[in-house]
Design a protein around this ligand. Sequence first.
Ligand code: AMP
Length: 189
Amino acid sequence: MLNLVLFGPPGAGKGTQSAKLIEKYQLVHISTGDLFRMHISNDTELGKRVKQILADGLLVPDSITIDMLEEEVQKNPQAKGFIFDGFPRTVAQAEALDAFLEGKSEKINGVVQLDVNQDEIKHRIAERQKISGRADDDADKLLKRIDEYFSKTIHVLPYYEAQGKVTKVNGIGDIDEIFNNVCTAIDSL
Ligand code: AMP
């Protein structure tokens, strides 16, 4: 199995690169943000619980997120591997993922960090908001999400660095060029 974490702040291009990676490597893409949005639009019990949290740009509690993620992995027993997009976002999530995969005699093979500075993120999300209409792309919610990233999510990097798993890729520039660099990182795992 090839299990990858695509890591980066909101607006780093994780979704864009994931779409290209799935096609090339035939992996199952799991985006916890997409899953939460699906629950919200289907008005499920889980959707009702997390709707306000997403609207506020805050992180959903670990236990809820981890349960949903594990359930999604279990739904894909035939997968050749997974791309985890937007997960893990806390060290507790990263530890839970490691323990979960270990229970299946699997592991995270590599973490690709899309490196994008804050000015670029704000610019991209402002552009995305015009098309996506995502309420959490609003300026004040975005600041909250960036806050969550730099206060909680950033600590996930040293966790994986200590395991020697992180490759940093410049996330600014031409999408195909970034993709080539991401592929080079993956192919050298
Ligand atoms: P995203 O589409 O990845 O930017 O995620 C959108 C929102 O979903 C985030 O701002 C959080 O509210 C929630 N979310 C997504 N993934 C996670 C996660 N791994 N842990 C906690 N909350 C998450």
